[in-house]
Design a protein around this ligand. Structure first.
Ligand code: MIC
Ligand code: SF4
Length: 644
């Protein structure tokens, strides 16, 4: 039997387990990345593990999320990350250098290598044929220390692309079509591989838009072959020597196939409040809009912004619309400045932001009340924009620019002849904003600078003999990490301060939750299906941990969040019969007797609802390793124990 692309990379990196779907495998990790919103915790955890120097081939720390600096907190975090990186062998990408995924693709990614990042959009690297996955900070810390990264061996999905995109239809429309077909749950436990004649028609930045937003499918990752197009891109980045060819074997077996004829696609939008709520721009009709934001790790490449500049050139943004643009990296920004395209954007009235995540993570540019905002980003979860009733639509840069000019949803195909923008033969290469780590022999010379915002990792404890706790919160289906641990300009500066950030946990759903949970001391959260979709932020597990949450009982979990719960020592439980969800109410007293013994022996677990006088069978589904992590009280304790 032949191998798929992902299976080949997995095979080359397999440290433990067998490549059998659904079983646990441990992978050797070649590269890691962190960003600043998850990075402080990841480095505190790395320090706690006690390995002096990273053992990966390349680890890079980026500053791109928390760049607003409305107080000392963000700046302190930057200094902490910069110094801790320098000391322990990690490259440091300074604020202003760009969004982690964009910069990593341009400057560091290598086909065939494994990459994990403490950010869910790390699969962007799949655009050049990396096996790139989002993970919790603690998993990244362990990988930096030379430990394996564990995943459940995924199923393989082949998306066959045929034909060629019509003018004005773009890579964003391809991934929106995949989301429309598969939904935000459709990728759970799967790797999505792109194949077929249509692949050749897509440049690397276009491929990266698609793999980036594969995160929204819930997929483990997405990947493209590494072919001549990849070689051209790496050559233009002055890195041709890292190119290797990667393709699936002719007789590779896939668990699922999806066919998309690119020539049939039309410009689309993901409507509020889910990336899979997809309609064509034509279906939405010429509704009035208030805001357009172009940027984010999904659509802020040189090609994207050159197309936008060509559309805006010589025109003026509609008076009813605020248009902001954040280039993805300093490379992109600088090239636009030098070739004059930046002038076209400014002249049309675009509000140019620094190259960072910015509005994508609610760092400014919140829309007006009930405002309709078209964004080239990847997530439109409720409240993420910073305006509780904001109506966020996810669109391509072409649709965004055309609509910004017209003031209403506009199909870019109405703009006439398409603009033809070619990948440059040579990108502008200047890595002066990347700081090298110090040599190992000199590491003692570096003092790690910690501001008052940096608080230690919350206390963990081994799993109790029995759990006796109330249900502190009951939530529905598709709860995102933006519900559990909201982001935005006010809350993000607290990412290194778990006691403080916990006060915002779940407040999108229930303002009283943090206080109630603290008063209860110990509690259980009950939820629906796809619980924890979205971000890789381990704060969505660390805040509940701090608030005394002992178990989360749901219909189903999203992959990274479940791993984060286990890493935090919180018991992840699922209903054997999903209908039992309806039987529990918030406030019910729940008892799980002899839970420690049951987890240890792999015995069936029952949750007794004392209030209702019923017993509810639940699944825990732990592997030997995750069981030991839970028993130890989380990955940090487990790793410390194993290193003894
Ligand atoms: C996001 O897009 O939600 C983030 C902010 O990049 C997160 C990471 C975080 O919460 O810090 C992600 O996608 O993992
Ligand atoms: Fe940053 Fe947005 Fe990308 Fe997350 S999705 S890494 S916040 S640009």
């Amino acid at each position: 039997m032949g191998y798929t692309i992902a299976q080949k990379i997995i095979k080359n990196h397999l440290l433990s387990g067998e490549m059998k779907v659904g079983t646990d495998i441990g992978l050797r990790i070649d590269q890691t990345l962190t960003q600043d919103a998850t990075g402080t915790m990841a480095y505190l955890e790395f320090e706690a593990i006690g390995v002096p120097r990273v053992k990966t081939e390349k680890s890079v720390a980026y500053i791109d999320h928390n760049t607003l600096q409305t107080g000392f907190e963000n700046a302190d975090d930057h200094r902490f990350i910069q110094t801790v990186a320098k000391k322990h062998g990690i490259w440091f990408s300074r604020p202003g250098n760009g969004i982690c995924h964009q910069v990593h693709l341009e400057r560091f990614g290598i086909p065939g290598k494994t990459l994990i990042g403490s950010d869910s959009h790390t699969p962007t690297g799949g655009g050049i044929g990396m096996l790139a996955m989002g993970a919790g900070g603690l998993d990244v810390a362990v990988a930096m220390g030379g430990g394996a990264y564990y995943i459940t061996m995924p199923k393989m999905v082949r998306v066959n692309l045929t034909g060629k995109l019509s003018p004005w239809v773009s890579a964003k429309d391809i991934i929106l079509e995949v989301l429309r077909i598969m939904s935000v749950k459709g990728g759970v436990g799967k790797i999505i591989e792109y194949a077929g004649e249509g692949v050749k028609t897509l440049t690397v930045p276009e491929r990266a838009t698609i793999t980036n937003m594969g995160a929204e499918l819930g997929a483990t990752t997405s990947i493209f072959p590494s072919d001549e197009v990849t070689r051209e891109f790496l050559k233009a980045q002055g890195r041709e020597e890292v190119w290797t060819e990667l393709k699936s074997d002719d007789n590779a077996v896939y668990d699922e196939e999806i066919n998309i004829d690119l020539s049939t696609l039309a410009p689309m939008a993901a409507c509020p409040h889910s990336p899979d709520n997809v309609k064509t721009i034509e279906e939405i009709g010429p509704q009035k809009i208030d805001q357009v934001c172009i940027g984010s790790c999904t659509n802020s490449s040189y090609l994207d912004l050159m197309r936008v500049a060509a559309i805006l050139k010589g025109k003026t943004v509609h008076p009813g619309v605020s248009l902001s643009i954040a280039p993805g990296s300093k490379q992109v920004y600088n090239m636009l400045a030098l070739n004059g395209a930046l002038g076209d954007l400014i002249s049309a009235g675009a509000r140019i932001l620094e190259c960072a995540c910015g509005p994508c993570i609610g760092m400014g540019q919140s829309p007006n009340s009930a405002g309709i905002s078209l964004r080239t980003f990847n997530r439109n979860f409720l409240g993420r924009s910073g305006t509780a009733d904001g109506q966020i639509y996810l669109v391509s840069p072409e649709t965004a620019a055309a609509s910004a000019l017209a003031g209403v949803f506009t199909d870019p195909r109405t703009l006439g002849d398409a603009v033809e923008i070619k990948l440059p033969e040579k990108f502008l290469i200047n890595d002066n904003m990347v700081v090298e780590p110090i040599e190992e022999s000199k590491m003692d010379e570096v003092e790690v600078l910690r501001g008052p915002n940096i608080k230690p990792f919350p206390k963990t404890a081994p799993l109790d003999e029995s759990i006796d706790a109330s249900c502190s919160l009951k939530v529905g289906d598709n709860i995102t990490t933006d519900h559990i641990m909201p982001a935005g300009a006010k809350i993000l500066p607290l990412r290194s301060n778990i006691p403080a950030i916990s006060q915002h946990c779940f407040t999108v759903c229930d303002k009283e939750f943090p206080q109630r949970a603290l008063e209860l001391g110990k509690s259980v959260i009950v939820g629906g299906s796809n619980y924890g979709q979205g971000s890789s932020r381990e704060h969505a597990a660390l805040a509940p941990l701090y608030l005394g949450v002992k178990a989360v009982l749901v219909k189903s979990f999203a992959r990274i969040h479940r791993a984060n719960l286990i890493n935090a020592g919180i018991l992840p439980l699922t209903f054997v019969d999903p209908d039992d969800y309806d039987k529990i109410d918030q406030g019910d007293e729940l008892v799980i007797e002899d839970v420690r013994d049951k987890v240890t022996n792999g015995d069936a677990i029952v949750v007794k609802d004392i209030t209702k006088g019923i017993e509810i069978p639940v699944d825990c589904d732990l592997t030997e390793r995750t069981r030991d992590i839970i028993l130890a009280g989380g990955l940090l304790d487990y790793t410390r124990e194993s290193n003894k």
